[in-house]
Design a protein around this ligand. Structure first.
Ligand SMILES: [Fe+2]
Ligand SMILES: [Fe+2]
Length: 200
């Protein structure tokens, strides 16, 4: 990700709390803005992992799980069209749509070093933890003939310690994200492997 400071800490409007696009509306934005299938897949994978985490680990109700899913699905929506302005364009679009500020803040804080916005809610901290690792694990799956089948956590941890493997994935970001949550790296890796493999 390139550095694009958002230079603000408030996103969306408090009175828009509870306003969510439907998953179909979010998919429409994705299909309009993202033509690269691999990038689309990345967002769908992060969305699936976020939704599953909300339901399984946070006992989220349907509306809350949808928020987590939407944040995942849209977090990189402007990356392909506006790489220099990522993620301010999707934020502007969601503000125009009066989307719930928690979703917008979550997207704004998915790369604190790049956007200058600190993750605060649990949803913010989890998207930060999942984002890079999800891409890393998918890169690992692509070089295995059996893809996700039989993939084990240890081999992923080992690859993380190998700087030449998927070198574009910033290990400092992963370590920083992990330091902000209570779960272990092993738990997060296992959760991602389990929940993103069926996503197409
Ligand atoms: Fe991003
Ligand atoms: Fe991402």
């Amino acid at each position: 990700m390139s550095i694009h400071r958002l230079n603000r800490s408030e996103f969306g409007r408090p009175e828009d709390k509870g306003i969510l696009p439907t998953i179909d509306q979010a998919r429409e934005i994705l299909n309009d803005w993202v033509k690269n299938p691999r990038l689309q897949l990345h967002m769908k994978q992060v969305a699936a992992v976020m939704k599953a985490w909300a339901i399984e680990k946070e006992a989220a109700d349907e509306q809350t799980a949808l928020k987590w899913e939407l944040a995942g699905l849209l977090h990189d929506a402007d990356w392909e069209k506006f790489p220099e302005e990522h993620c301010s364009v999707i934020i502007g679009k969601l503000e125009e749509m009066h989307v719930d500020p928690e979703i917008i803040h979550c997207i704004a804080s998915h790369g604190p070093r790049y956007f200058g916005v600190e993750p605060s809610s649990k949803m913010d901290r989890m998207i930060y933890a999942f984002d890079e690792l999800s891409g890393f694990i998918h890169a690992a799956a692509l070089i295995r003939p059996s893809r996700y089948e039989g993939m084990d956590v240890k081999s992923i941890i080992k690859k993380l310690k190998t700087p030449s493997f998927a070198a574009q994935v910033n290990r400092d970001d992963i370590n920083d994200a992990m330091s902000r949550i209570d779960s272990s790296l092993e738990e997060i890796v296992a959760f991602i492997i389990q929940h993103q493999q069926a996503v197409q």
